[in-house]
Design a protein around this ligand. Structure first.
Ligand code: ZN
Length: 349
């Protein structure tokens, strides 16, 4: 039996040599078995597939090591004593990595499994500007960008992100800063900062009747392009100025404003700021410090005198004998006295 098998193999080998397709490994496998048939056992002892616990990660700064599950040709999971696992070096940065699984202890075969580490979205980090609001002073503004990752660690710019600033950045307006991820970071974050107009202050406050006049320092700059659009006056009869009204004065060269129709004999608190309109958006300076003024007492036309607690007559004469015993005397207008039901004193008819 044995010699016959040998002869058949020998004939086969010679045929193959002549055909130029001889395979040593194939023939040796054939020789290596003691069985009558070609070794089906040996062919089974081969790693057939490898599955990684994960094939894709996102960069986090940590080493990534996916677990391997190795199957033989029958689809059974192999114990780790039948193979060696070797990972590509590094496995921290974004990129493509390999896992080599090589059979041992009777198992043949070598399989390469692959996994990737993808860059992290830059927007997952905290991106901020050193300053978000500036006051116009004729100089170009350039806030510094800082990026803190999810762990609160500040990232150095080199190799991680690039920064591009909008052009200009000198005049009043809103400016864009684009921060773009590199290498282990992808995507971009857009930040804005503002340049607001320079403020002004109240030079004087005065009142006449129930009208107040506000005068302020004109705010202009050397560049006509950066002239402010106008002023806003905030006023209130409450010193905390929680409840207030606003008057807008257009024109940077204006320096005063009358506010009329106010309450008589009332203290008013006033502040001022400048504004500039750029592309339909108003940019404001900070408010000036507060100043206050009182409106005048309401003048009484056709005054008469009454004793509100002790009489029902009105008197033209403050020294009328009809008022001699009154504890309290009030001066009101004749029309008011009549509307309250007072009638002229008998001594003065
Ligand atoms: Zn009288």
């Amino acid at each position: 039996m044995r010699s016959r098998t040998f002869t058949i193999i020998l004939v086969l080998m010679l045929t193959m040599i002549m055909a130029g397709s001889f395979s040593v490994s194939y023939a040796e496998d054939g020789f290596g078995t003691d069985d009558d048939e070609f070794g089906p056992d040996t062919e089974d002892k081969k790693i057939s597939s490898v599955v990684l616990s994960r094939s894709s990660y996102v960069f986090s700064g940590n080493v990534k090591t996916p677990k391997v599950t190795v199957y033989n040709q029958n689809g059974n999971v192999l114990s780790s004593k039948y193979y060696d696992t070797q990972y590509s070096k590094g496995r921290i940065n974004a990129g493509k990595y390999k896992v080599y699984v090589t059979g041992k202890n009777g198992y043949a075969g070598k399989i390469v499994a692959r996994f990737t580490i993808k860059p992290q979205q830059l927007k997952k980090s905290r991106v901020y500007l050193s300053k978000k609001k500036y006051v116009y002073n004729g100089k170009v503004k350039k806030p510094v960008v800082s990026v803190e990752n999810a762990k609160g660690i500040t990232l150095k710019k080199a190799g991680k992100y690039s920064v591009s600033y909008a052009s200009g950045r000198k005049n009043v307006g809103k400016y864009k800063v684009i921060i773009k991820g590199k290498n282990n970071y992808k995507g971009s974050v857009t930040k804005y900062f503002k340049i607001n107009p320079k403020g002004t202050y109240i030079k004087s406050l005065s009142s006449n009747k129930n009208t107040i006049t506000v005068k302020w320092k004109k705010q202009s700059t050397r560049m006509s392009k950066s002239h402010i659009t106008g002023y806003q006056i905030k006023y209130s009869d409450d010193s905390s100025m929680c409840d207030y009204s606003i008057k807008t004065v257009k024109g940077y060269s204006k320096t005063s404003k009358q506010i009329s129709g106010l309450s008589w004999d009332e203290r008013y608190y006033v502040k001022i700021r400048t504004y500039k309109t750029v592309n339909g958006v108003k940019y404001y300076s900070t408010w000036s410090s507060k100043k206050s003024v009182s409106t005048k007492e309401k003048p009484i036309t056709n005054p008469v005198y009454i004793a509100p607690y002790s009489g029902e007559r009105y008197h033209y004469n403050r020294n009328c004998r009809g008022l001699r015993n009154a504890r309290y005397i009030e001066k009101i207008s004749l029309s008011d006295a009549k509307s309250y039901g007072y009638t002229l004193c008998g001594y003065e008819r």
